[in-house]
Ligand binder design. Structure first.
Ligand code: PMP
Length: 297
């Protein structure tokens, strides 16, 4: 925060800032994993930085930090908190700390990081929310801003009472957009499908990675609009994202679905092998926290 490592309790922003009053920020969630050789690798760091800039551009929030500044700050914070038993997720948020209705906007790039269990995700029940993904001329889904998560929060609250761990939001055309914090993967007849971002999904970095994984495994991967009823009769389903990783789905609405079907299981296995450095893939980008930045580990 403000270019320095700051203890949790001192990391505060002003109640009068647009960050607080209008929830004005854009952010990224980024994941790092321990590799067997003892290095700690951060997944697609530069792609996250570039998406942060795209979100900032759309919301007119200035960002004066270069990729090198961004990378250094991530290394510094992660390096300070790394422990051997845990992977880590870092939230990098560009908050509007000064300005009014888009005039005189000033920002601070604030990062918070969280240790995470190494366990792989367990199957979930997925429901359909009555809340709708906002349209591109309302609050564009491609902007990764906190205010975009209000519908997702309502959907989670709605789902919890019906025993769904996550919910699918439909878009203004009644078609599938994404889950509350991740994208959807559907298998039908040996092909993996996902809706394009123009259906109201975030431009997901994990999806691009899954597409590359599918290609490397000779599995067909297609982006096209998806109807709700297609999910109900899908052969396999999973949700994917940086934090979610790849979560198998065992129930969609009231219909059971095989959480360990062949195609998405293959993708999942390869995904974890690559992010943990057990297998190489040329298009996979990883930034290692330099030894000199690591305080405890
Ligand atoms: N959709 C939403 C709403 C998300 O919050 C996320 C997580 N960032 C995703 C999709 C997946 O995006 P990514 O793969 O880039 O993490």
């Amino acid at each position: 925060m403000d270019g320095k490592l700051v203890p949790w309790e001192n990391a505060v922003i002003h109640v009068g800032s647009e960050a607080a009053t209008r929830g004005l920020n854009v952010f990224e969630g980024i994941k790092g994993y321990w590799h067997d050789d003892g290095r700690f690798g951060i997944v697609f760091l530069e792609r996250h930085y570039k998406r942060l800039l795209r979100s900032a551009k759309l919301l007119h929030i200035p960002c004066q930090w270069t990729y090198k500044d961004f990378e250094n700050a991530v290394f510094e914070l992660m390096g300070a908190l790394l422990t051997k038993e845990k992977d880590m997720w870092i939230r990098t948020t560009l908050f509007a700390i000064e300005g009014y209705w888009g005039e005189g906007t000033k920002s601070d790039l604030i990062m918070t990081a969280y240790n995470q269990d190494k366990a792989e995700p367990q199957p979930i029940n997925l429901g359909f929310s009555t809340w709708q993904r906002s349209a591109d001329n309302v609050l564009p889904a491609r902007i990764k801003t906190s205010t975009n998560y209000q519908a997702g929060r309502l959907a989670r609250i709605e789902g919890r009472s019906r025993n769904f761990q996550d919910m699918i939001l439909l878009n203004q055309w009644g078609r599938v957009s994404e889950a509350t914090g991740s994208c959807i993967l559907m298998v039908r007849d040996g092909v993996i499908y996902t809706p394009p971002a123009t259906e109201g999904a975030l431009e997901s970095i994990t999806l691009d990675f899954v597409e590359e994984l599918a290609k490397s495994l000779d599995i067909k991967f297609v982006r096209r609009p998806i109807d709700r009823t297609e999910l109900l009769i899908a052969d396999e389903l999973a949700i994917c994202g940086t934090l979610a990783e790849l979560v198998p789905v065992q129930q969609i609405d009231t219909n059971p679905v095989d959480p360990y079907g062949p195609l998405l299981s293959k993708i999942r296995e390869k995904f974890f092998r690559i992010v943990r450095g057990k297998e190489k893939m040329p298009s996979f980008e990883v930034a290692f926290v330099p030894e000199g930045k690591r305080m405890k580990s």
